[in-house]
Design a protein around this ligand. Structure first.
Ligand code: GSH
Length: 218
């Protein structure tokens, strides 16, 4: 079997790449990264061969090509059940899928007005009211998960799919100086200090400046 690959784009700007990469790391998958520039025409042609959506991330593993983070999460959970990407309990699993779906399809104002930018830091950033509504909803989701699971991760002792899906929200809160209540700050700090997250952030900060901010859906 050839080694798995995960196609991603900018580590500084691409929230979806971060989600897919964390999911693969959490699953314990041994993979090579293929980093592409979505603005490069030949790279786009290359991505199209892997991912019909021409979007990253795209995972290749054991003869399968999987694109879209939710599909990647489900595939990895099925292939590596021991990693516990989704909760073992049926009700918690349904909850995990619901909040993962919510971040996957929603929060468009937050995404547009607070784009992921790991190199950036904007103290005192003024959050637009509609983005604040998205933030309020995310805080409610996190509080509910931590209440039900007891933390420290959204679904308990083990990090998983939901933590990967919300990790780029955590980095947005850091970049745009969004103040968090102590319990949510403790969760955000936990995500930011995970070794995988530290590895990703270090690579993002080392990324050359000429990688333009991606005009994509963050
Ligand atoms: N729904 C997709 C979103 C993926 C996405 O929007 N990826 C962006 C990178 S952050 C992309 O590939 N953009 C390339 C382009 O638009 O050319 C997922 O869950 O993976």
């Amino acid at each position: 079997m050839s080694k798995a690959t995960l196609t991603i784009s900018s580590k500084n700007y691409s929230s979806w790449s971060l989600r897919g990469w964390l999911l693969a790391k959490f699953a314990g998958l041994d993979f090579d990264e293929v980093v592409v520039d979505p603005d490069d025409a030949s790279a786009r042609a290359e991505i199209l061969l892997l991912s019909s959506s021409i979007l990253v991330p795209c995972l290749r593993h054991d003869g399968a090509a999987i694109w879209d983070t939710l599909a990647i999460a489900e595939y990895l959970n099925e292939s590596f059940p021991q990693a516990g990407l989704l909760p073992a309990d049926r009700i918690a699993r349904a909850h995990c899928r619901s909040i993962s779906g919510e971040i996957h399809s929603g929060f468009t104002t937050l995404r547009a007005s607070l784009p992921v930018n790991l190199k950036g830091h904007f103290p005192g950033f003024k959050v637009w009211t509609r983005a604040q509504a998205d933030i309020d909803r995310i805080w409610a989701i996190w509080r509910d998960c931590l209440d039900k699971s007891g933390g420290p991760f959204l679904f308990g002792q083990q990090r998983g799919m939901a933590d990967a899906m919300y990790a780029p929200v955590v980095t947005r809160f850091v970049t745009y100086d969004v103040k968090l209540e102590p319990r949510l700050k403790a969760y955000a700090d936990l995500i930011m200090t995970m070794p995988e997250m530290q590895e990703w952030i270090a690579a993002a900060k080392a990324e050359p400046e000429e990688i333009e901010e991606l005009e994509v859906e963050y």
